[in-house]
Design a protein around this ligand. Structure first.
Ligand code: ATP
Ligand code: MG
Length: 418
């Protein structure tokens, strides 16, 4: 790539005093062809909102396939000159980095230095970034601006030698433990290491909006998270057994919503007291169909909420065969209850896989708190594993289930965890 910007090395040296910043590598987003700009806009909007949570001001700039976040110095902070970015600035940059690591659509978050376009500044930044590492390393240079005084291989040799001298580390180009990337740009040089993995996936909002059915259990928060990562913004709905049970499951749903909020921001939780409705189903003689009938009514209520929210899908944590309500035949009967598609990202996951993911996204410990799940209320001795749709529809006609679902959705209590 040739650069038309006529910046001399002397000018750029002035423009870029060595500055720690955050460099974000975008994933799939760069492959999206014509939609790419929309993806980029949405991701940047989400990054800005996430950074705003920290209360730290950060400036976002976009470069080929990466986003740079710079934390400007507050007036009066530090002295002008190379050492003006002190420990406080470094801590603010680190806080921004940790925060954006939760934003879907980013594959890696890297600690980076933005330095003047000189070999000396580049070497200094590389030495700083490799402080504390022990294994072999490799330098990976790339010159976007060919007017840099050194070629790519000369950069690699120089920086590699200086890191070896400073820290006594070994070079291994084939299987390094740490890679030091050097990108020479028109105005500056970025030096960074591989950093932390991001969430990957697509920016939240890219695929639209969905209503996620969230129990206090392990599976549903993981399911919602997986769909957020595919670009769906989630609104949560929880059914409590109240007034027949205590409010514990509501606290859990609230805590889970709050925990998941760091991946999307602006989350809303709707809580439906479902106990009376469950009782009405039982009185209407649902018997062995009680569990599946309840789940259908939950789905109908979620669908009514989805219409209000302009959401176009529902999300559940179903996993094939995990419990008796999740046989293929029962899942078919559940799909029949609503017109919207039901997304079941965990359908092919084992419980151990789901638990590992729940641990990673830090919802597991909340899900494992004790509560009385409304589904265990009024559970018949034997649960039907092959529910017939006609039988379910008959029960629903007797009760006027669609009307109940509309009322439940309209009267749900809304919470907005900060
Ligand atoms: P989970 O761990 O998510 O509770 P589960 O293994 O207990 O799932 P079920 O109880 O059959 O399985 O529930 C399957 C799915 O139905 C849940 O993942 C969730 O999406 C939805 N669901 C069940 N109970 C509730 C509830 N009380 N409120 C909202 N959604 C629920
Ligand atoms: Mg459950």
């Amino acid at each position: 790539m040739t650069v038309s910007d006529p910046v001399t090395a002397a000018e750029s040296a002035q423009q870029a005093a060595a500055e720690p910043c955050v460099l974000l590598k975008l994933g799939e987003i760069v492959l999206k062809g014509r939609n790419r700009h929309q993806f980029q806009r949405m991701l940047e909007q989400n990054i800005r909102a996430a950074v705003k949570d920290t209360g730290i001001r950060a400036d976002l700039t976009r470069r080929e396939g990466v986003v740079i976040l710079r934390v400007p110095l507050q007036p009066g902070a530090g002295q002008p000159g190379a050492s003006q970015y002190g420990a406080e600035h470094a801590a603010a940059v680190e806080q921004v980095l940790q925060r954006v690591a939760d934003v879907p659509g980013i594959v890696r978050v890297c600690r980076a230095w933005r330095v003047a376009k000189t070999p000396e500044a580049t070497v200094e930044a590389a030495i700083d970034l490799t402080r504390g590492i022990t294994g072999p390393f490799a330098v990976r240079p790339r010159r976007r601006d060919k007017r840099f005084p050194l070629t790519s291989s000369e950069i690699a040799v120089l920086v590699g030698r200086e890191i070896q001298k400073a820290h006594g580390l070994r070079v291994d180009l084939g299987r390094p433990e740490t890679e030091v990337f050097i990108e020479v740009d028109a105005r500056e040089v970025f030096v960074f290491t591989s950093g932390l993995p991001g969430q990957g996936g697509l920016p939240v909002g890219m695929s639209g909006r969905a209503v996620a059915l969230m129990s206090g259990g392990i599976d549903s928060p993981v399911a919602a998270y997986r769909m957020m990562r595919r670009g769906l913004r989630c609104t949560f709905i929880h059914f409590s057994g109240m007034p027949l049970t205590g409010p514990e499951s509501v606290y859990k749903a609230y805590a889970l919503t709050r925990g998941l909020d760091r991946f999307q921001g602006g989350s809303r939780l709707f809580v439906v007291p479902f106990g009376k409705t469950q009782q009405a189903l039982a009185s209407s003689g649902a018997d062995r169909l009680q569990v599946v009938a309840q789940r259908r009514l939950m789905l109908k209520t979620a669908e009514a909420l989805a219409r209000r929210m302009r959401a176009s899908a529902l999300i559940t944590g179903d996993s094939l065969g995990q419990v008796s309500s999740q046989t293929l035949q029962n899942i078919t009967a559940l799909d029949d209850a609503v017109g919207l598609p039901i997304m079941r990202p965990l359908i092919g996951w084992d419980k151990t896989e789901i638990m590992a993911e729940a641990r990673r996204i830090r919802t597991l410990s909340i899900s494992e708190l004790p509560d009385q799940d409304c589904c265990t209320l009024l559970t018949p001795k034997r649960v039907e594993t092959r529910a017939r749709i006609d039988d379910l529809r008959k029960i629903e006609t007797r009760l006027d289930a669609d009307e109940i679902a509309d009322q439940l959705a309209a009267s749900a209590q809304e919470y907005r965890p900060e």
